[in-house]
Design a protein around this ligand. Structure first.
Ligand code: DAV
Length: 384
């Protein structure tokens, strides 16, 4: 297979992509940056968040849906690359800490990102995911055959205890009984579990829109992480920082702000937004002024709103779709209301079953990472 590493947008015609694998997956370990929550109250009464390898039948069911996505992409003429799973049930240890096991290689979106001809490996923000990049190195060495490809790895943080603000987890105690003013104060001070002592980011906090890229300040990306990206990339792209002040635990932007197609010939561009996580007014104005239409996603389908017991993502995985090109989207099969909305916007839809993948870190967008799209670093934002 030959590749050209090139991807500037979320919507350019897709040529090459990575699709994750669930082999050897384990439960993401609890640690200063992550607390597991079991969604089913009956199970939660009986057991703590589990450790070690997931059941083989659960892994097989996820792999079946991941393989089906890969085949769907291949049948569209798109090249698909798959990671090399390592034994994620191994205990890992650095001079500063130790965790019982790792997680999995289902979500390349979190670990790496292509911006133009650069492939950037993220620092990651959780201990259990410290070594996840190893599963993608075969792919990156394969991409290295493209002599124009540039490979950057962000500085690995220590992930020692002083990088995390442990008080974060008690910040929301009694939240529901607080006044609106108190709630706003807690939500809008943007203090998440990572402090600013070291550079940290997950690549899934970034969304690409040509010459402009948008990065969410979150549980998994601190301001130093965003600053590192800015200094590395400011010759090529303009970096915008976004905060979503009503998201209690922001982590990865692709269930919050999902660009679908750019403005063209006086027709507005389309961005899917999350009705529970509105943009700040200034950011909303910025998008609208630049001819982008912000369209709220409908509520997730009932089936998917009840998240699988060991899934750490929100019901808004409903929005976690993948663009094949400006007119074609791959969407989860149960999200019928979203399908109707997207059809009314004249998108063609390809539906895939994906619920079995949810507890491995996300849905369709999370479990993929585009390597090659037919696009350029065109500017879609003329007005500041
Ligand atoms: O809204 O729960 C999940 C994204 C996981 N990669 C959310 C974001």
């Amino acid at each position: 297979m030959s590749f050209r590493v090139n991807a500037w947008t979320e919507w350019g015609k897709l040529k090459t992509i990575v699709v994750g694998k669930a082999d050897n997956a384990a439960f993401q370990p609890e640690e200063p940056g992550y607390k597991g929550k079991i969604n089913n109250p009956l199970i939660a009464q009986e057991i703590n968040w589990p450790v070690g390898k997931k059941k083989q039948s659960v892994i097989d069911a996820a792999n079946e849906q991941l393989d089906n996505l890969s085949h769907t992409l291949t049948s569209l003429g798109i090249k698909v690359l798959r990671p090399t799973p390592i034994d994620f049930s191994q205990n890992i240890k650095t001079p500063g800490w130790e965790v019982s096991n790792m997680f999995c290689c289902v979500c390349p979106r979190d670990v790496m990102i292509t911006i133009g001809n650069y492939v950037i490996e993220a620092t990651m923000s959780k201990r259990g995911r410290f070594f996840e990049y190893l599963s993608y190195r075969d792919i990156i060495y394969c991409l290295w055959h493209d002599s124009h490809m540039k490979w950057k790895t962000a500085p690995k943080p220590s992930m020692n205890i002083n990088m995390y603000w442990e008080g974060y987890w008690s910040k929301f105690e009694g939240f529901d009984s607080k006044s609106n003013e108190e709630k706003h104060q807690i939500l809008h001070n943007y203090q998440y579990v990572l402090n600013e002592s070291e550079i940290a980011f997950d690549a899934a906090d970034i969304t690409k829109m040509g010459q402009d890229i948008f990065i969410q300040h979150s549980m998994t990306t601190n301001l130093k992480g965003i600053e590192w990206l800015r200094r590395e990339l400011d010759q090529h792209v303009k970096i915008h920082v976004l905060n979503f002040p009503y998201d209690k635990e922001p982590s990865h932007i692709d269930c919050t702000l999902v660009p679908l197609r750019p403005p063209k010939n006086n027709i507005k561009g389309v961005i899917l937004t999350n009705p529970e996580r509105p943009l700040l007014e200034k950011d909303k104005i910025f998008f609208e002024k630049n001819n982008w239409q912000l369209i709220d996603s409908p509520l997730p389908n009932k089936i998917n709103s009840q998240m699988p017991s060991f899934c750490s993502s929100s019901k808004w995985l409903s929005m976690n779709l993948l663009s094949i090109d400006e007119n074609t989207l791959i969407v989860e099969e149960n999200e019928t209301e979203l399908h109707s909305l997207l059809r009314s916007l004249e998108f063609e839809l390809i539906k895939v079953p994906y619920r079995k993948v949810f507890e491995f870190g996300g849905s369709i967008h999370c479990s993929t990472c585009d390597i090659e799209r037919e696009d350029t670093n065109e500017s879609f934002f003329q007005t500041n």
